[in-house]
Design a protein around this ligand. Structure first.
Ligand code: SF4
Length: 55
């Protein structure tokens, strides 16, 4: 299950930029749009500057 720690998220938008099918932005924070097992989810985990995404 893909999760975003909203306390850690700084709203940079990188996860959405690399994996638009799974991540969206709302009120300055990222949220999970759909629990899809796509390779780009790992890219988002790797790119997140605050390690807010877990899967
Ligand atoms: S990459 Fe990380 S810090 Fe940036 S919006 Fe996504 S979850 Fe938040």
């Amino acid at each position: 299950m893909i999760k975003i720690d909203k306390e850690k998220c700084i709203g940079c938008g990188s996860c959405e930029a690399v994996c638009r099918e799974v991540f969206g932005m709302k009120d300055g924070k990222a949220f999970v749009k759909a629990q899809k097992k796509l390779p780009c989810v790992q890219e988002a985990v790797d790119i997140c500057p605050t390690s807010a995404i877990t899967k």
